[in-house]
Design a protein around this ligand. Structure first.
Ligand code: ZN
Length: 194
């Protein structure tokens, strides 16, 4: 059977999403055919709205639709939890075990992929340290996450702030995002000084 161009085109768009393979992308494209006209319009509008309204919090780098995110606006700033990605903030918030603020690096250091400290959101962390008593590093427990933690500890400790790393209750090589809430909150509770 000849491929229908518009379906193939839409499927290739869905294929841009993380975790969506060819089969799933095609299933999604077929599902859109059954959408009402209104559903399709709402879908397009939602895509545009996210793209136009979401930006990075100017304090912590997390996603927000304001200048400063809700968490920065309302939380105590004694503890700053440093994570690689906005999805890690979501994972830690799900545990309910942390009431401080975050700092989102938007990546990890990776010599293999030529990602240096200048490519990460690190500079804006430094002015935040004046109010902070502890920086908790919660990068993923994999090679890049560890390298990033070591780099940050070396950078921050001479500035007089306590630097800790979440415990390795999460197994090496796994991602924070997929850790269950109990494991993650235990890892937060049992952190070690760097
Ligand atoms: Zn923020």
């Amino acid at each position: 059977m000849k491929e229908i161009k518009s379906i193939a085109a839409l499927a290739s768009r869905f294929g841009m999403l993380p975790g969506v393979g060819r089969k799933t992308a095609l299933r999604y494209a077929h599902a859109v055919i059954d959408f009402t006209e209104q559903d399709v319009e709402a879908f397009c509008a939602a895509l545009k709205e996210v793209k136009n309204s979401v930006r990075l919090c100017k304090v912590c780098g997390n996603y927000t639709d304001d200048e400063v995110c809700d968490l920065c606006a309302s939380r105590q700033t004694k503890q700053i939890c440093v994570v690689s990605y906005p999805k890690d903030v979501t994972a830690i918030e799900r545990t309910g075990a942390f009431d401080g603020v975050y700092h989102v690096l938007h990546g990890t250091l990776s010599p293999m992929n030529n990602r240096t400290p200048d490519d990460l959101n690190i500079k804006s962390l430094l002015p935040r340290l004046s109010d902070a008593e502890e920086v908790i590093i919660a990068t993923n427990p994999d090679v890049e996450g560890e390298a990033t933690a070591v780099y940050l500890a070396r950078l921050l400790k001479p500035l007089g702030v306590k630097v800790t790393r979440i415990a390795q209750g999460i197994s090496m090589g796994s991602e924070l995002e997929y850790a269950d809430a109990v494991t993650l909150s235990q890892a937060l509770g049992r952190r070690t000084a760097l």
